[in-house]
Design a protein around this ligand. Structure first.
Ligand code: HEC
Length: 202
């Protein structure tokens, strides 16, 4: 009897410590994804924003549309080519480029952000588990610069005729217009491979 009791007791401790280990691992992974996601999205945003301003200065918004078309995806691809197993994307329900359409998980997150914005809550980056194999970092993108309206604002009021012609030429099914300052434009979505992350915290 005594043996059985101590056995159960030991088993309970063992289970508990394994659970504790998993919780620790999970919170370590979440912290790492938040840190890396912030770093990567900030860097990507600066790279895109810097190049966008340069392109607008060089040839106005209509020229910059072509720059975005040719370069946005490419900049994001090359930015982290040195960083294996990270997929970096900007996504939104009202997309300009079909390639930026959201997955089901991303759509849920976008809708949560939209709801929070409507409820006047603070929008913060989040970490979502995708099955057992990946973790997704998301960070809202707000229209926080009047510059954005040149290409994503009202067709009548903000987007120049020439610019809109070029946008329609490149993106005949464009949905990314009629935004106002303060609107949710979309989110950064950065997917990390779980195994690769585990290597980093070991
Ligand atoms: C010169 C025109 C122009 C300006 C200014 C501009 N964008 Fe865009 N934006 C584009 C184009 C073109 C695309 C599609 C890029 C591609 O093909 O991947 C795009 C795509 C995006 C996307 C990806 C989702 C989608 O709709 O395909 C986001 C998010 C975005 N822009 C946010 C912004 C924000 C925020 C600003 C202001 C800081 C901004 N843009 C300013 C032209 C512009």
């Amino acid at each position: 009897m005594k043996f059985l009791v101590s056995f159960i007791f030991l088993a309970l401790i063992a289970c508990d410590s394994r659970k504790q280990q998993q919780t620790n691992e999970s919170s370590e992974l979440t912290a790492l994804v938040l840190e890396e996601g912030d770093r990567i999205s900030t860097q990507a945003q600066m790279a895109l924003g810097g190049q966008l301003k340069q392109a607008i200065t060089a040839g106005g918004p209509s020229h910059a549309v072509q720059f975005c078309n040719l370069s946005a995806g490419h900049i994001l691809d090359t930015l982290y080519s040195g960083y294996e197993h990270v997929k970096i994307k900007r996504t939104t329900e009202k997309f300009r480029n079909q390639a930026n359409a959201p997955s089901e998980t991303e759509r849920d997150l976008l809708q949560e952000y939209q709801q929070k914005l409507q409820d006047n809550l603070v929008l913060t980056p989040a970490v979502t588990h995708i099955g057992e194999t990946a973790l997704l970092y998301s960070k809202p993108i707000i229209v926080n610069n009047p510059l954005c309206l040149n290409c994503h604002g009202s067709i009548e009021q903000n987007i120049g005729k020439e610019t809109y012609n070029i946008i329609s030429q490149y993106y005949p099914k464009d949905l990314a217009v009629n935004y106002q300052m303060g609107d949710l434009r979309g989110m950064w979505s950065i997917e990390f491979d779980r195994e690769e992350l585990l290597k980093l915290i070991d």
